[in-house]
Ligand binder design. Structure first.
Ligand code: FPP
Length: 216
């Protein structure tokens, strides 16, 4: 969800205003994805590297996440949306962690749409965690399926499409294992300006791609 900070800067506003607007976009895009029949959407909300940001920005991001859960949980649940967190919540303040975990439990029976929120997520950390579990279980000959089953995204198919906003041409430690064959779509739009129509444009572009998965 790149571009919140730049969006605010362009308007001579503090960065947090960009994040607030980013949350409005989250709501629009989740609803749009759900009504378009998309089954799984993953939002990269806080990376393992984002701890390097000023404490005040981190605190504001936590408040926005908490407010989003409090305000939207009922609506998400009514829409049949299941919430899943990708990442290590143990570094989060206990109060917010409990609220997030409760939201996951409350929505856990929903099957229409899965909303993954990557929080304190880093793909390298996720892979190390999977290796550690395999070592603990004495697995000596891991398979791709086994490794996938120890990732935060266990049970979910690999993403078809990766959308990167604000023109960034990096993967930034995001789902490195899972995106091996994902189609990448980059738009110059900053996340707060990304709309339902932009999502549709990305999907149409995806539909025109010929996916060969290494074959001919
Ligand atoms: C990227 O923009 C955005 C983030 C690192 C934070 C996104 C998180 C939220 C909006 C909090 C709410 C989340 C949920 C799931 C409710 P940037 O700050 O890197 O912008 P820039 O690249 O323009 O500086």
């Amino acid at each position: 969800m790149d571009g919140n900070g730049r969006w605010a800067k362009r308007k001579s506003l503090p960065r947090i205003f960009g994040h607030r607007e980013g949350v409005r976009t989250i709501k629009e895009i989740v609803e749009a994805a759900n009504s378009l029949g998309i089954r799984i959407l993953t939002l990269y909300a806080f990376s393992t590297e984002n701890w390097k940001r000023p404490k005040s920005e981190i605190k504001s991001l936590f408040s926005l996440i908490r407010r989003f859960i409090r305000k939207e949980l009922k609506g998400l649940n009514d829409l049949g949306i299941r919430l899943r967190i990708l990442g290590d919540l143990s570094k989060f303040p206990e109060s917010i962690r409990t609220e997030i975990e409760n939201a996951c439990i409350i929505t856990s029976r929903n099957i229409k749409f899965e909303l993954n929120i990557a929080l304190n997520y880093g793909a390298r950390q996720e892979l190390i965690r999977a290796f550690e579990i395999m070592i603990r279980q004495g697995i000596k000959k891991p398979t791709e399926e086994m490794l996938s089953s120890f990732l935060y995204t266990y049970g979910q198919p690999d993403p078809d499409l990766l959308i990167r906003t604000s023109g960034e041409l990096r993967v930034s430690n995001f789902l490195l294992w899972q995106i091996a064959y994902s189609e990448i779509y980059v738009t110059d739009k900053l996340w707060p300006d990304f709309t339902r129509d932009d999502l549709k444009t990305a999907i149409v572009a995806f539909q025109k791609r010929r996916r060969r998965f290494g074959g001919l």
